[in-house]
Design a protein around this ligand. Structure first.
Ligand code: 5RP
Length: 223
């Protein structure tokens, strides 16, 4: 299977996993990115089986709405059965880097509200140590220079994602060259820098299940 087939197979595996547990009251958390898009398209066929969704981005909300799937504000429904989303990197412990699409803050909030976080990804995302993918950090615009200096102290090289504004009106610094051997510590440390909204390490709240599309099929990892 090529990368697109792996993403599709992973998304289909997530459908197969959740559909038996859907009820007319279920509200699902939905992530962002090309794998999440494939999941949304497959989910559309099952929309009579659940109540609606909460989305982690405007882009995913638009896609859900186009399929006729209800999208709610998280403040209306903050207890979600499942959160389904992709990742830029995942370790065997299911710690993730996310935010390649810039939706990391909303993704982290929605993931926090979910009983089960199901990560869907192709095998290019599998790593032993996080950091080869530049770590996205969402930053309040006026703090850009200060935060960049603090991130350099961590040993990384932050680069401003030019021309990109998050759904929250902020900027992204992508931090290159980090070797993240202690993801929980780096996640906490980075989040404590004044001016950081959040960073793309999902280790304090990792995925619960990883459905990894590989060249020979989908492999399931559970934490
Ligand atoms: C968006 C994300 C995505 O989940 C991540 O970038 C993976 O994207 P894709 O499924 O397109 O490979 O974190 O902010």
């Amino acid at each position: 299977m090529n990368q697109d087939d792996q993403k599709r197979a992973s998304a289909q595996a997530a459908i197969d996993l959740i559909v038996p547990d859907l009820t007319p009251d279920t509200v699902l958390g939905i992530g962002t990115g090309s794998t999440a898009d494939l999941f949304i398209d497959l989910l559309a066929e099952h929309q009579d089986k659940f109540y609606g969704t909460v989305s982690s981005s405007k882009a995913s909300a638009d896609r859900l709405t186009k399929h006729g799937i209800k999208v709610f504000d998280l403040n209306q429904y903050s207890h979600l059965g499942f959160y389904i989303d992709g990742a830029d990197e995942t370790t065997p412990e299911l710690a993730l880097i996310k935010g390649g699409g810039g939706a990391l803050t909303r993704e982290k909030i929605v993931a926090a509200c979910a009983e089960k976080f199901i990560c869907i990804a192709d095998e290019s995302k599998w790593v032993n140590t996080l950091g080869n993918f530049p770590l996205p950090v969402e930053v309040i615009p006026m703090a850009k220079t200060y935060v960049a200096e603090q991130l350099e102290r961590l040993g990384g090289t932050p680069k401003h994602r030019e021309g990109f504004v998050t759904d929250n009106g902020n900027i992204i610094l992508d931090v290159h060259g980090l070797t993240i051997t202690d993801p929980v510590a780096i996640e906490q440390h980075t989040n404590h820098i004044v001016g950081v909204v959040t960073n793309g390490i999902f280790a304090q709240r990792p995925a619960d299940v990883l459905l990894l599309g590989t060249s020979t099929g989908v492999v399931t990892y559970t934490r």
